[in-house]
Design a protein around this ligand. Structure first.
Ligand code: ADP
Ligand code: MG
Length: 628
């Protein structure tokens, strides 16, 4: 609740609306307690007194009634009727919408055609017809206003419910044996309540206006009872001669409706969960950079070099050090593996390269990323944009989430090509078919017109790879591209990537948590833990003599085909949370060789066996043992 108010308060206009509305509502509630004149007592001797006259602050109307008193009681009544109509319309409309959306099929058809019939009549005409049928009176006006707004809620909520009713968590609830009523109450309703509140907050203003409209026409509140609409209606005949009698209720309607609408917009923004973490800010096109020191260029001639890269997430007053000083190099034609448990910072490292970490909350706080020697951290957006996909391409884990569901894969491949090269549509399409063939999609000429949902997971992943290859990049960063696939498809994709790097001299950064995959594809490996590299060396060295206890444990997690009966080891405990990293070795709490010395001081990545680097005080095999 506090968080909600805080978010709301960031929107100045909404805050102003909230303050105005609170004052109006509080005044309306305490009206009977205030020392006001009786709003219905007529005093024809004192007709049309101007505002600020004695005993009548806002003047009097055509029957000499105190306008201030009538305004207060009228506001009270108008607000009460408006809110009541909104709540009734929202409750009934949402119930209809949920039932139609949840059951679908014929139920949906019958209900929604009924709703359509209501919607076919012009809004105010329908309200007039209802009041005409029921007879004039405030209660009937309320019913009419609520009734004409029900279709709006029903349509809105039905749409949302249809989307939710087919989600996996609803299926899971069904599998758990819940009945429909319980599913609607515990699974669907919590998801639609924010939408109902949003729809209500944006329509309450309308409902107050509509009620006022009916009263204005004499169909709502009946004399002598005052509401804002009837006050306007009665003042109509004196509009020119005594304008204050119209201005007083008119200004109040304006204030209320404006305040409610501003507040409603703010509520809508603050309730949208997608806007919560980003706090209503637009994500920036590149990751924010807050770097104090420059890093000198890397030695050798790598195509891509990460140097002491530090990426953090600044969430409120917490700092998550997702990447804490990572240095890596890849050369053309080389494949570098990054391996580590889930949450060790692999993806954030990969995304930092092209400034793709979402900001807020991501911030690159130090280090450099050099592509062919040029530092990309803090480079202008245009530079990064021209490199993204053209020179450095990504393959992501979940291709269904990265492919657009409404375009065919052909359209998306053509777009990928055309965003960097001026080619005709036909040429791009021919190229796209070539690409699909190169990733071994059978029958590429026909499959190019398929939508992502028409393909299997392995095929979609291959489309993802084809898209990464579209502009013949020099570096491919593959973030767990095979994790969601079965082993046979995985093997095909690995051999495909392997061929490509030999054929095209592609440099590959391959992220995985599976040592089996690393062994098949990578020349060198970096092992990550809690945002840092704990061991780095050639694949052979690391597979032969893993130095860090963590590396050894990771390898023991991999089953071997035909490797005899061996217990598969799991690593006890969980990776540390990266906003409070312990001193010394981050792995200490889970390590079987831990010593008191491990928990002190800073631990550096030190040479261990030739070019092999390790960040551990007590490696698995000591230097002496190695020498023997
Ligand atoms: P993985 O190695 O599985 O790819 P990630 O690189 O995705 O791990 O995440 C590294 C760390 O960064 C994790 O501890 C994660 O909790 C944290 N992290 C990732 N995204 C955010 C975010 N938007 N806000 C805060 N922390 C994040
Ligand atoms: Mg990841």
């Amino acid at each position: 609740m506090m968080a909600f108010l805080k978010l709301l308060a960031r929107n100045r206009l909404a805050l102003a609306g909230l303050i105005v509305m609170s004052i109006v509502v509080i005044l309306a509630i305490i009206t009977p307690l205030l020392p006001l004149a009786d709003p219905d007592v007529t005093d024809t001797a004192n007709r049309f007194k101007p505002p600020f006259s004695q005993e009548a602050l806002l003047g009097t109307d055509h029957l000499g009634r105190d306008l201030l008193s009538r305004l207060m009681y009228g506001t009270r009544l108008s607000l009460a009727v408006g809110f009541a109509a909104a709540i009734i319309a929202a409750t009934i409309g949402a119930a209809i919408g949920i039932i139609a959306g949840f059951y679908g099929g014929r139920t949906d058809n019958i209900i929604m055609r009924g709703v359509d019939m209501l919607m076919a009549f012009p809004y105010i005409l329908l309200a007039l017809a209802i009041v005409a049928a029921l007879g004039p009176g405030l209660m009937n006006a309320l019913i009419a206003v609520a009734a004409v707004n029900i279709p709006f809620f029903a349509r809105n909520i039905r749409g949302i419910t249809v989307g939710i009713a087919h989600k996996e968590f609803v299926d899971a609830a069904r599998l758990a044996g819940m009945n429909d009523a319980r599913i609607i109450l515990t699974e669907i309703l919590p998801n639609v309540i924010p939408v109902i509140v949003i729809a209500m907050s944006t329509t309450i203003g309308w409902m107050i206006l509509e009620t006022a409209g009916l009263s204005f026409l004499g169909l709502g509140s009946q004399p002598p009872q005052a509401d804002l609409g009837s006050m306007l209606g009665e003042a109509r005949s004196a509009l020119i001669t005594n304008p204050h009698t119209s201005i007083v209720p008119g200004a109040m309607i304006l204030i209320i409706v404006m305040a409610i609408n501003l507040l409603g917009d703010g509520v809508r923004d603050a309730l949208d969960p997608r806007l919560k973490s980003g706090a209503l800010e637009r994500p920036m096109p590149t990751t924010r950079v807050q770097r104090t020191t420059e890093v000198p260029a890397a030695e050798g001639d790598p195509i891509l070099a990460l140097q002491k890269l530090k990426t953090q997430f600044h969430v409120k007053d917490r700092v998550y050090k997702a990447v804490g000083g990572v240095s890596l190099k890849v050369h053309p034609g080389e494949c570098l593996g990054i391996i580590g448990e889930s949450g060790s910072g692999k993806s954030v490292t990969a995304l930092s390269v092209m400034g793709l970490v979402a900001s807020p909350p991501g911030v690159i706080t130090g280090g450099a990323v050099r592509f062919k020697g040029e530092d990309l951290i803090g480079a202008p957006y245009e530079t990064l944009r021209s490199l993204r996909g053209e020179k450095v391409a990504y393959i992501f884990q979940d291709p269904l989430a990265t492919l657009h569901p409404l375009y065919t894969i052909g359209q998306q491949l053509v777009e990928a090509v055309q965003s960097h090269h001026k080619t005709s549509r036909d040429e791009a399409r021919t190229l796209a078919i070539e690409l699909l063939k190169s990733v071994r999609i059978p029958n590429a000429e026909n499959r190019i017109d398929s939508y992502p949902h028409e393909m299997s997971g392995g095929m979609r992943q291959r489309v993802g790879i084809a898209m990464a290859l579209a502009n013949d990049p020099e570096v491919i960063i593959a973030d767990e591209p095979t994790t969601a696939l079965d082993v046979t498809v995985q093997a095909q994709i690995l051999s495909l990537l392997n061929d490509l790097r030999h054929e095209r001299g592609l440099a590959i950064v391959f992220i995985t948590h599976d040592f089996g995959v690393v062994a098949q594809l990578c020349d060198r490996v970096a092992v990550m833990y809690a945002g840092r590299i704990v061991e780095q060396g050639t694949t052979q060295e690391i597979l032969d003599v893993p130095a860090h206890p963590y590396t050894k444990k990771l390898m023991e997690c991999v089953p071997e085909l035909g490797g005899g009966r061996r217990r598969l080891e799991a690593i006890p405990g969980l990776p540390p949370v990266v906003d409070k990293l312990p001193a010394g070795c981050a792995f200490a709490d889970r390590c079987h060789k831990v010593q008191p010395a491990c928990r002190e001081g800073r631990l550096e990545l030190a040479p261990y066996n030739g070019r092999h680097l390790v960040r551990c005080k007590f490696p698995e095999t000591t230097q002496q043992e190695l020498a023997q």
